[in-house]
Design a protein around this ligand. Structure first.
Ligand SMILES: O=P(O)(O)O[C@H]1O[C@H](CO)[C@@H](O)[C@H]1O
Ligand SMILES: O=c1cc[nH]c(=O)[nH]1
Length: 253
């Protein structure tokens, strides 16, 4: 029987793991597990697909979060109930600065809290900040394969459309709060949009858990709206290699 409500997992299934890689997309879980040793499929419920595996003989869990803060908060909370204390997100993202290229890698230090779920963990004054050591491991993992990541601030939104200032195609409108918001974030030096890091960083920082994120740029909003499928796959694969190497480094400490 499972020990937690949604993930279909029990503590005995996790080989004593304390570190998890948490992609958004369930399909990505298998691709990450394929790079690890002794990978074993555990469960698939709703948006939550999980594997357990080893890196250099140390156990690691891979579990998808689905899209957005609410489902991310469930995955992270239930993984924490099972003993996980370090969470490494690997995702895709849309850049908003002209100098960030499609195919580039972003490692956020902190996130603008355009979500709602993070408010269920800490008030708005509290920063959605990544763990320094895990973020340094992500940056080192990038440099180890010759990639210089963009390290900075991400805007993390509950919605893909209005929250990232995509205008409704029927009405042509976006609510007042978000009209002109992309330009404002650009002026404030924000690098990109994604949808989970604000919740992940806030809930982990406020509960003494560690979290970091790596994101592959699949679109640049100053140039195009629809990503190329082959670019998505190649960029994801690079970000997967980085998160696996960051996990390896953290597990060896
Ligand atoms: O590729 P993933 O991890 O899902 O991340 C990004 O892609 C989804 C939107 O298309 C959101 O989850 C966003 O954060
Ligand atoms: O533009 C984008 C691309 C990926 N993910 C997002 O959340 N936004």
């Amino acid at each position: 029987m499972a020990d937690v409500f949604h993930l279909g997992l029990s503590k005995s299934m996790l080989r004593g793991a304390t570190l998890a890689i948490v992609p958004g997309d369930p399909e990505r879980v298998k691709r990450i597990a394929a790079l690890l040793d002794d990978a074993e499929f555990l469960a698939s419920h709703r948006e939550f697909t999980s594997y357990v595996a080893n890196i250099d003989g140390k156990p690691i869990v891979i579990c998808s979060t689905g899209i957005g803060g609410p489902s991310t908060s469930i995955a992270v909370e239930e993984l924490a109930q099972l003993g996980i204390r370090t969470f490494l997100r690997i995702g895709t993202t849309g850049a908003i600065q002209p100098h960030v290229q499609v195919g580039d890698i972003i490692v956020p230090q902190a996130s603008v809290r355009l979500d709602g779920a993070s408010l269920h963990f800490a008030p708005m004054e509290y920063p959605a900040v990544a763990d320094f050591g895990c973020t340094a491991a992500m940056v080192a993992a990038c440099r180890a394969i010759g990639i210089e990541p963009h390290v900075g601030i991400t805007a993390s939104s509950d919605t893909f459309y209005p929250g990232q200032e995509r205008y409704d195609t029927v009405s042509g409108r976006v609510t007042q709060r978000f009209a002109g918001s992309m330009k404002h974030w650009q002026e404030l030096g924000v690098l990109n949009y994604e949808m989970e890091s604000a919740t992940l960083f806030t809930m982990c920082a406020s509960q003494g858990w560690r979290a970091a994120c790596v994101a592959g740029v699949i679109v640049n909003r100053t140039q195009q709206e629809i990503p190329d499928e082959t670019v998505i796959k190649a960029t994801e694969q690079q970000a997967i290699a980085i998160v696996v190497n960051a996990a390896r480094k953290l597990l060896s400490e």
